[in-house]
Design a protein around this ligand. Structure first.
Ligand SMILES: Nc1ncnc2c1ncn2[C@@H]1O[C@H](COP(=O)(O)OP(=O)(O)OP(=O)(O)O)[C@@H](O)[C@H]1O
Length: 253
C-alpha cells in the first residue's frame, strides 16, 4: 500500500438502530485505494450491519457514505454495484437450476455477455473462476449440484466478472479448503496491488494478519480503533475486540 490518497470509500457518523438496539454507533471510517482493510470484532459487534450499510442493503439511521468521491447514502444495492462495489457474503445465493456459467454472468447485461452466446459466456465465466481456483469446475453443471465450497467460489467469480473497484468480502473463506483459500488470498492481494480496495471481514485472526494492511476493530457497535496491521500484534487486537475475554485468557495461562 502506498501513502495516504483520497479514500475510495468513506463513512461519516454512520449509525444504525433497530428499535432499541444500536447495531452501529457513529462510525467514521476511510478506506484507501490499493489496500486490504479488515474489520474485526466479536459476534454481534456490528460487522454485518456495516457491510449491509456500505452495500446499500439497509439504509443508515444517520450518517453519510461516500464512494469514489460521490455521496451514495441511501442508494440501493443495484446503484452501489453499478458504481463499482461488489459484496460477497458467506451465504451462497445462487440460482440452483441455472448453470455455473449462467450464474456467474447473470445480471451483468450485454456488456459482459449475458446476451452473448454460450461459448462467450463460458469464456467469461472460466476467466473469472480461474482467479479464485485451479479446480476444474463444470460450467454447465446446475449450481444446485455444487458443494458449499464450490458454490462460494462461483459467487466470488460472479462478483469479479463485474470488475468492481471495491470488493467487500464477508466471511467468504469459511467453507474453503486450504488450496482454494490461498487462491482467494492471491486474488485479494492482486486486487489491492491493482489499486482496488478489499474490505475483508473475517473472524480468523491469521487471515487478517496475513492479508490486511489496516484493521478496524468494532465492539458493541462502536469503532474501537483503526490500526496498521504491521504494527500491531494479534494479542493486542484480541484485547481490543474483547478486553474481558483477553483478561480471562491471561489469567488462565
Ligand atoms: N435486522 C435486525 N433487527 C434487529 N436487530 C438486529 C438486526 N440486525 C442486527 N441486529 C443487531 O445488531 C447488532 C449487530 O449485529 P451484526 O449482525 O451487525 O453483528 P456482527 O458483528 O455481524 O455479528 P455476527 O458475526 O454474529 O454476524 C446485534 O446486537 C444484532 O442482534
Amino acid at each position: 500500500m502506498t501513502g495516504e490518497r483520497a479514500p475510495m470509500l468513506e463513512a461519516c457518523g454512520l449509525s444504525k438502530r433497530y428499535g432499541e438496539t444500536v447495531a452501529l454507533s457513529n462510525v467514521d471510517l476511510a478506506f484507501q485505494p490499493g489496500s486490504v482493510h479488515a474489520i474485526l470484532g466479536e459476534n454481534g459487534c456490528g460487522k454485518s450491519t456495516l457491510v449491509k450499510l456500505l452495500s446499500g442493503i439497509v439504509a443508515p439511521s444517520s450518517g453519510t457514505i461516500r464512494m469514489l468521491g460521490r455521496p451514495v447514502t441511501g442508494s440501493n444495492p443495484a446503484r452501489i454495484q453499478q458504481l463499482g462495489l461488489a459484496t460477497v457474503f458467506q451465504e451462497v445465493l445462487l440460482a440452483p437450476e441455472r448453470s455455473v456459467a449462467d450464474n456467474i454472468v447473470l445480471g451483468t447485461g450485454s456488456a459482459f455477455g449475458w446476451r452473448a452466446g454460450r461459448s462467450a459466456r463460458h469464456r467469461i465465466a472460466a476467466a473469472a473462476l480461474s482467479r479464485v481456483t485451479s479446480l476444474p469446475i463444470d460450467l454447465d453443471a446446475p449450481a444446485g449440484s455444487l458443494s458449499l465450497a464450490v458454490g462460494q467460489l462461483v459467487v466470488l467469480a460472479r462478483a469479479l466478472v463485474r470488475r468492481p473497484k471495491i470488493l467487500v468480502l464477508d466471511e467468504v473463506t469459511a467453507a474453503l479448503d486450504l488450496g482454494d483459500r490461498n487462491a482467494v488470498f492471491e486474488m485479494i492481494e492482486d486486487h489491492a496491488r491493482a489499486g482496488g480496495l478489499v474490505l475483508f471481514i473475517s473472524h480468523r485472526m491469521d487471515e487478517v494478519m496475513r492479508l490486511a494492511h489496516r484493521v478496524t476493530v468494532l465492539r458493541n457497535g462502536q469503532l474501537v480503533d483503526t490500526l496498521e496491521t504491521a504494527s500491531v500484534s494479534a494479542e493486542r487486537l484480541l484485547q481490543l475486540m474483547a478486553p474481558a475475554t483477553a483478561r480471562e485468557l491471561d489469567h488462565a495461562l
